[in-house]
Every structure is written in structure tokens, then in C-alpha cells.
Design a protein around this ligand. Sequence first.
Ligand SMILES: Cc1cc2nc3c(=O)[nH]c(=O)nc-3n(C[C@H](O)[C@H](O)[C@H](O)COP(=O)(O)O)c2cc1C
Length: 342
Amino acid sequence: MVSPCPDGVPTLPGRWLDRRARLCPVSSPEPVRTPEPSTGVDLRVNVGTVRLKNPIIAASGTFGYGLEFAHLVDLNRLGGIVVKGLSAQPMAGAAAPRMCETASGMVNAIGLQNIGVRAFVAEKLPQLRHFNAAIIANVFGCTVSEYVEVISILEDAEGLTAYELNISCPNVEKGGAEYSTDPILTAEVVAAARSASTRPLWVKLSPLIGRIGLTAKASEEAGADALVIANTYPSLCIDAHNRKSRLGSTTGGLSGPAIKPITMRLVYEASRVTKIPIVGLGGIEGPADVAEYMLAGASAVEVGTAHFVDPRASEKLVGNLEMWCRDANTFEISKLRGSLEA
Ligand SMILES: Cc1cc2nc3c(=O)[nH]c(=O)nc-3n(C[C@H](O)[C@H](O)[C@H](O)COP(=O)(O)O)c2cc1C
């Protein structure tokens, strides 16, 4: 059951998110610090040819199409917004319940519900492009030709900065194996998307792979401009009282603070075998989390589950990051990238 928070934004009742909200009455895990007029901190970063005014990007599926948050969040403060995953046809998504909490995060099985790429181009993008944040379209399909179809439709639209290819999807032509779990399937879908696209192509990997280096390399060689590491971790939550899964589609994907150290290792390992930039995400809440991902090798980060604790999480993080950098005598945040000491 979903209960409204004081802002009127739906939040999940339960253990971790509730506890977070109680501990932090302003509903943000971090105290909010308003940057002084001139901190001297340069938050600008590059993800390949994409220049962002700061490294904070709202993650796909946790921030709608961005517009739903515009009355609460100053979207112009964000480095970027990755919109909800787009498919060739609208999708109704999975059976309810679709989300449940865990000790330090949440598990979701939304089932990639979305309005379809054509409705996005006609109804959302014209408004979204007026905001001063990079707009990144998250793209997925069940076949390679569906990925290509979505990109081809987006190619004719103005106002997009890049594509983020979600390859944690079952390939119905290959017995349902996820593209991301097999370097050959990864290379096939990335190469097809590359040929269809004139915009920067970011490839979002699944964490469920034995050696991330193989998929990372396969993406790079097939033409990816950046890697996004990573998606959620396949999980199962059971209600022992009724002996049923807590989710309508039985299994789901784990996200939030629980996955941060595991994903950060993937960022670190991928950064050692590829030359293309990495966008890191998984469990980011505060400015130190951002710095840690950058030290591990990320050029920028995305914020996901934190929006379910506080819809303004990523906006607040921009200001808090600036103050954190000043306190840490880090006046060019881009210099943190990959500077983990041995
Ligand atoms: C409710 C929900 C919906 C999501 N939908 C998508 C999606 O449509 N496409 C996608 O690539 N990732 C999706 N994700 C994954 C997030 O973008 C992100 O990779 C993951 O949650 C890890 O980051 P976090 O720990 O900061 O949430 C979704 C995550 C959540 C929690």
C-alpha cells in the first residue's frame, strides 16, 4: 500500500524508507547545505563528448519523465535526467505489488511500464527540452530490431543529449537470455544501436555477470561512447506469513544502499579494462557516495532509489556536493575520477 508523504508524493511505508524519513525530518538522508555564493568549486564533468554542469543525473525509472517532478524539484539544477525506459510500443508493466522494501534498499518489478516512444516524443519531450539539464533517453527492446526502431524514432526528435541502452532485457530471439549476460549478444545489440544513432550512446550494464570486463569491452568495441554501471540485482522477497512473494511477478531487482559497495567494485574493474567513460550508480545518497564512485573510476553518477525517500534527493545532492568538495579542498571535481590510491 502506498501512503502519501507531506509533499503529497507517494512513498512506500515500511522499514528502511520509513526509518530514513523518521531519522531525517526534512526527509533527506543528508542535511541540506546551501552553497555559499562563491565556493570556487567547479562541478563540471565530461562523459565523453557530453559536457554536464555537474555529475548528478536522475536515474531511469526513479524520476518518471522528469516533468512529474517539476513542481517539486528545480530540474535546471540537475546535471541530467534519464527518462523512464522507452519501448517501441506502450507497455502496461507487471502485476502489483511492484515494490517492496528491504533492510537497506528496495526491490522493484515495475515490468518496464511506459507510454511508448511515440507518445514520449509527442507529449513529454517538447516540455522537457526547455529545462537546462541534459536529457538522456533510456531505450530497451525484446529484439535487436526493437532497439533500433526506438532509436530511429528518437533520431528525428530534438532536445536529446544521449541514449542510454538498457541491455538488462531478455532477448526473445535467443531463448530469453539477457543481452548483458553474454558479450556476443551485447556486441550485437550495441553495434545495431550504434549504426542507428547519431547521438552519444551510453550502454547500461547488468551487474549479474561473472566478469564485467568482458561485457564492458564488448560494448566499447561495438561502439559504445560510455558505460552505465549498473542496473538492479535480481532478488526475491518472501512474506513468510502468507508464504507468497512480496511482488506480483515473484522476483524483482534490488537497488539502494545495499548494492553500493558491490556495484562500486564493478565500476572499478570496468574502468581498468576500458578507455570509455563510466557513469556509476547504485545506492548513492550523499556527496561522499558520489566522490567514492568517482574515485573508483566514474566520470559522473546517477541517483535512483534515493528519490523514493525524498523526491528532491538529486537536486539537494548538487548543493551538498559543492559544499563537500569545498570542505575537502577539491576545487575541480573531475580530478577525483580514478584517483583511488593503492
Ligand atoms: C522503481 C524502479 C524502476 C526502474 N526502472 C528502470 C528502467 O526503466 N530502466 C532502467 O534502465 N533502469 C531502471 N531502474 C534501475 C535504476 O535506474 C538504477 O539502475 C538502480 O535502481 C540502481 O540505482 P539506485 O541504487 O540508486 O536506485 C529502475 C529502478 C527502480 C528502483
